[in-house]
Each structure stands twice: as structure tokens, then as C-alpha cells.
Design a protein around this ligand. Sequence first.
Ligand SMILES: [Zn+2]
Length: 301
Amino acid sequence: MPSNPQQTYWLHYLWIYGFVILAFGVVWEMNRTTTKTKKPSGEARPDSIDAMVFAGASQKTKTPMLRNTNHTQEFEQFKTEVERQAYLYPQFFLLESPSFQKKVALTFDDGPDTTVTPEVLRILKAQKVKATFFVVGFKILRHKALLQQMLDEGHCIGNHSFDHPNFKTQAWPTVWQEQVEKTEKLTEKLTGKKMRFVRPPYGQLTDAQIKELGKKDYRVVNWSIDAYDWDNQKNDPEAVCDRIMNNIHPGAIILMHNGEKRGNTVLALPALIRRLRAEGYEPVALDELLATMAYHRSAQE
Ligand SMILES: [Zn+2]
């Protein structure tokens, strides 16, 4: 212990300086962590999901976002709604991967179909790309072999309902029994795969439906970039490619289609894959992008 009074005097000040610096540090860190994530106004996020950590994802967080690929009022309304839902249910409702790695997912809705799907599969195989197909139940019944080919070639499959209604217009028991479960049972019987990823037609469902699916451990997967390949006024192959590349970002989920009359999607695909890779982005299947299982344990296993 110091016995010299001069020494005690200086030590006393050293303690005060140390404390002031520490207090500044604590205030700085609290301010930094609370302002990092922009919250939609007026929404309270449940405490329990704040602690969510995606396996393999960065510790940093992103605010899930639908990139602007259209500037109509209808698009803006849809964007506001899905961003609100992605903010409220970050475990169950996804627009993109929270990871900052330069991986993206190509997702194809509305198949299988006998003209477009085989062409999409052929290009993906030639380019060694794994993608994700959100399949429609009644089309699976017609094109069973294509569903199996998707799986045999290493792609993911997800549930895109049985006959493509807007879930928001239907009650939960109907959505569950007539759309999600019906398609799931059909697919499980044919392939042994019990799909965990669900994409509602038009990307629309109610908050209550998200919660019900979440309780059953499904993942509702929408998209962060809409290619607009479904819109005949906007789906020139080059425009589709440009639209995606102008909005590309790490963790992107890209909405495309492989149903009937989507020939322009096939034409856009080789250039799209080339341009993604030229910018350092690797297209992967959704289970890899989201670092989560694509399928539930099946009763057949
Ligand atoms: Zn669809």
C-alpha cells in the first residue's frame, strides 16, 4: 500500500479517470446497439425471438427487405406488408438470408410443367447450380417424374399450395388441410420428402397463418427480389436479368417461375448465372442459403 501522501493523491485521481472512461464506453455501446436496427414504426417485436441466431449466419443483423423492382402503389403496399411480417416473425417468415455471405437462392414457382421445367433443369445441371422449386400440388399429380428429377439432381423442393389460392381469402383450417398438408402428403408419398419450406401463392398470408405454420416448425419463405418474369409487359430476358442484377445483395432470395408460358425465364437464366458469378455471387439451394433443414423428418424414414 502507498504510504506517501503525494502517491495516494495521484492514485485517487487515476480511479476517477478510469471510471469516467468506462462510463463513456458503456453509454457508447448501448447507443450503438439500440440504433443499429431500424424498426418499422409502431411495431413491438416479441422478446422471445430477439435472441434468434441463424446457424452459420453473421452475428450482425439485417432488417429484412423487399428490394424495389417496381414502383406501383400496389407493390409498395405489398412491400410494407411483407417487411412488417418479416420483422415480426423473423424465425418463421423470411424474405432473405440474414447472412452477409455472397450467396443467393434462385427459386422457381408454379411448376412442375412439361415445357419450361425440363429446360430450367437442363440449364441448372449444365451450369452446376442447385436451386429451389416451389411446387403446386395439382401439377405434381400430372408430372410426377419431374418432381423426382428435381430431387435426383440435387435441388430443393418447397410447398406452393395445392391449387394456388390466395391464403388470405381462406380460413386457417382450409389453408392447412386443402393446401399445405394436402400437397405435403402427396409429395411425401411420392418422394419420401416432407417439405418444410412453404411459399404462399402471391406471397400473401395472414399473421395468424404465419404463427400456425411456425408452431408446426415450417418456414414461410418469400423473396427479396422479384424478377417480374411473370409479367408479360416486363419479362424481356434482358430486362429480367438487369432487374435482378440491379437489386442483387448477399443473402438474396430471387423469385422466378417455371410454370407454363415462362419461356423468357429460360432465356434469361444462362446470362443471369454468368452475371451473378462474375460479381462473386454463388447461387445455392435454400437450405444452404438459410442454413436450415429443407425437410421435416418423414414418417416413411
Ligand atoms: Zn405462384
